[in-house]
Design a protein around this ligand. Structure first.
Ligand SMILES: [Zn+2]
Length: 293
């Protein structure tokens, strides 16, 4: 067992922040998720297929245990908007940790108050990406980031607005944005700031999107839920039960991972473990692998 001191030392060497051209991008933890049986999350993957990936993709007791996080994008010249990509699980108490999410505290520790966030981009409208959008005062929703505009893919908005596609976290954390005057619906590729744009990668949800950062000759991509396990970088056909349309999500995953590999993009993931959540996709002999930075 590592001592606390050793653990802190290890954390110091883990990459959670990096500069791409004019922007600094920082992974901001909301909290660890609840550990789950991989057979429940990836029902089509037989248990033995996990064997080559157990040490990198599962916990010591064979659980799938992703983190919940957002990504903060700040311009190094301080001139462009402060952007938050995804807003974690929010203030609900996590049954694993017994605590609410810590995204706001972790932003403050980075010197960012809620009022400083200008844009919140939602990769997709699932509960673990929208949790902090609004905070409730009794039954009254209030904007957590009072000056931010929330960029939501119109395909997700239209889909989850239909009563037959019930999604309580959407009703709680996205729907109120309209009446609060903070909603911006977007379609396709939209520029958020110079060099920063949305990139539709539909399938996990109808409107799932990544965020591209192209600056100073380097490209980074924030991938949301394009993949949920480091094993899926190699096993690109594996889909979790959360994927809305697995044919579409697989196609989006393969296309983006191919681009990331051939173009040597920096990949910032929504759910891989803190410390190895930022990396590159390295392909050799038809096989792709995750290489953390
Ligand atoms: Zn997610």
């Amino acid at each position: 067992m590592a001592t606390d001191e050793e653990r802190t030392k290890t954390l110091d060497h883990m990459i959670t922040s990096l500069v791409i051209g004019d922007y600094e991008i920082t992974a901001v933890l909301d909290g660890p998720s609840v550990p789950r049986d991989p057979a429940m999350v990836f029902p089509d993957v037989p248990p033995e297929a996990w064997d080559p990936y157990r040490s990198i993709a599962l916990t010591a007791d064979d659980k799938w245990h992703p983190d919940w996080r957002g990504h903060l994008i700040r311009a190094t010249n301080g001139k462009e908007p402060t952007i938050l990509v995804d807003a974690g699980m929010g203030d609900v108490v996590n049954e694993h940790t017994g605590e609410p999410g810590k995204l706001l505290q972790n932003l403050v520790a980075l010197g960012v108050q809620p009022k400083d966030v200008d844009v919140v981009v939602t990769t997709h409208c699932h509960g673990d990406h929208i949790g902090w959008n609004v905070t409730y005062d009794g039954d009254t929703p209030r904007l957590t980031f009072p000056n931010a505009t929330h960029w939501i893919a119109s395909r997700d908005w239209e889909y989850y607005s239909k009563p037959e596609n019930e999604n309580p976290p959407f009703d709680k954390s996205v729907k109120p944005l309209e009446a609060l005057g903070a909603l911006k619906l977007i379609t396709g590729v939209e520029q958020i700031a110079p060099g920063i744009s949305t990139l539709p990668t539909n399938g996990h949800t109808p409107g799932h999107q990544c965020v591209l950062i192209e600056s100073g000759g380097t490209t980074g991509v924030i991938t949301g839920d394009l993949f949920h396990s480091v094993a899926q970088v190699t096993e690109q056909n594996w889909c979790p039960t959360f994927d809305w349309n697995t044919a579409m999500s697989t196609q989006s995953r393969k296309s983006l991972l191919m681009l990331a590999s051939t173009q040597k993009w920096i990949v910032l993931t929504g759910h891989l473990a803190t410390g190895s959540s930022i990396g590159k996709v390295v392909s050799e002999g038809g096989k792709s692998e995750w290489k953390p930075l």
